[in-house]
Design a protein around this ligand. Structure first.
Ligand code: SF4
Length: 483
């Protein structure tokens, strides 16, 4: 029987109060293992792999593979490809004992640098290709590159269902972890800075209610998990996603907490969605506001008048005071100004309209081999008022570079300085220093603190999280070795 082991690790996350150690796992790699099992492959996941003691990791992998001849080791690189170098070292080590080991890479980036150690790479959403490949079918129409063999779907087409994994015993889940699912694929908008490959899609593909209920009920009944992250790029651009989730929540035997990406301008135009967010128990929200300056919102194709957006934050605070609301801003957008940025920052802080907020300077991605994840601004910066400059910053481990730029009022260097200042301002003047994802993960640890208390207790939270991961490593390694 063929064997497939998929490694994943979401890694560390720098926050404004220190490094958070992740306590969740990527849904995609769980899904791929489940698909492989359904096709007769003996497949399992090995998570948090960079935290395993190296000898234990090697022994566990070698014992689990045993003397099978068809063995595949895969890395789920997710969007962050930074673990590839460590994975390569592990592969080269393992090949000393099992030279016939085959290697798969999965993620949004194509392989960069030396690829002689990789047998096949799946780029982007590609469960359909993986499934055909594993069955030995002809996959020639998906070939994107040959060195190494790189397989990829045509751009923008949704060819698979949303991912709602069902957690299983042999993955040793614990209540101290968060669990990720997605309700739908596709977003009807086409924001100019967005790199989501299924944007500009009028017909989102929804998960079935049964699939969502099964995933969530199993997570709770078998493992006590109640904190969930919705991977959907936007949860409210149409009501149907919220209606699905609120319907699911009614049928659950427990009270879940969800974190989701919410569009503020849509909420402003569809204020009845506040009730749907409450009914769906989406109590942690990430708003990609980007800018409240009306000169900017049209250019980035994220609409909404600034006063209406601010009024919606006021209403949300009044109607849903227990919700954690985080907003992200992009500093340096064409048409913006430092004066306008500070004007809105002060309104937000003075009225405490958000629980937390943060920002980053606009980055222009260059030379991505997978162009599907480049935004319209990346592809055509001049059209949006940016002049790319010669100096580029290389992100070799991720396989791309970003270039400096200037526009009507600033440049990358000045925007980065301003962004750091604004970020510090929000961290100091709003209740929480964490993003929506960060607080959702920390809350899953189950310490039930008030939101401000999380700001001062990161070492304690990380220790609690280490206990969870150590228990996982102990149980999973024993299982892999057949104890
Ligand atoms: S930024 Fe959000 S709303 Fe805009 S296209 Fe991307 S996913 Fe859709």
């Amino acid at each position: 029987m063929k064997k497939l082991l998929i490694l994943s690790d979401l890694g560390l996350k720098p926050t404004r109060v220190g490094l958070i150690k992740n306590n969740g796992r990527p849904a995609g790699s769980l899904h791929i293992a489940a698909v492989a099992r359904s096709l007769g492959v003996d497949a399992t996941n090995l998570d948090y792999w960079r935290e395993w003691p190296l000898e234990l990791l090697k022994t566990s992998i070698l014992k689990w593979f045993g003397d099978s001849d068809g063995i595949w080791l895969a890395l789920s690189g997710s969007i962050d490809g930074s673990s590839t170098d460590d994975f390569k070292s592990l592969v080269l080590e393992l090949k000393k004992d099992i030279p016939h080991l085959k290697v798969i890479l999965g993620g949004y980036r194509v392989v960069v640098g030396d690829s002689s150690w990789v047998d096949v790479s799946f780029v982007g959403r590609s469960t359909n290709i993986f499934s055909e490949w594993i069955q030995g079918k002809d996959i020639s129409k998906y070939v994107f590159a040959t060195d190494p063999l790189t397989l990829k779907n045509p751009p923008t087409k949704i060819l698979e269902n949303p991912v709602c994994p069902v957690p299983i015993e042999t993955d040793f889940w614990q209540s101290g972890e968060f669990f990720t699912i997605e309700l739908a694929l596709g977003c009807k908008f086409n924001c100019s800075f967005c790199g989501y490959d299924f944007r500009n899609n009028k017909n989102p593909m929804l998960a079935t209610k049964d699939a969502v209920v099964e995933s969530l009920e199993t997570a709770y009944n078998k493992f006590g998990m109640t904190n969930f992250i919705l991977a959907d790029d936007t949860i409210n651009e149409v009501d149907s996603k919220l209606l699905l989730l609120s319907d699911v929540v009614k049928d659950l035997s427990f009270e879940p907490s969800f974190m989701a990406f919410v569009r503020l301008d849509v909420l402003a135009a569809q204020q009845h969605q506040i009730e749907l967010l409450k009914a769906s128990r989406i109590n942690t929200m990430f708003f990609g506001i980007e800018s409240l300056n009306p000169n900017v919102t049209k250019m980035i194709r994220k609409g909404g008048r600034s006063e209406k957006n601010l009024d919606t934050l006021r209403l949300l605070k009044q109607e849903y005071p227990e919700a954690f609301t985080y907003a992200n801003f992009i500093i340096g957008l064409t048409g913006d100004s430092e004066e306008s940025i500070w004007h809105y920052n002060h309104i937000i802080a003075d009225e405490q309209l958000l629980t937390s907020a943060g920002c980053n300077a606009l980055r222009l991605y260059r030379d991505l081999s997978n162009k599907d994840i480049m935004s319209d601004i990346d592809l055509n910066p001049e059209k949006f008022g940016y002049t790319p400059l010669d100096d580029t910053q290389e992100w070799k481990e991720l396989g791309y570079s970003s270039s400096s730029w200037k526009n009507d009022w600033t440049n990358l260097s000045a925007a980065s300085t301003l962004s750091a200042k604004v970020d510090r301002f929000f961290a100091k003047n709003l209740t929480s220093a964490y993003t929506a994802h960060e607080i959702a993960g920390l809350q899953a640890l189950g310490l039930n603190m008030s939101i401000p208390d999380y700001n001062n207790t990161l070492p304690l939270l990380n220790r609690k999280r280490d206990i969870v991961v150590k228990k996982y490593i102990k149980e999973k390694s024993a299982w892999l070795q057949g104890f």
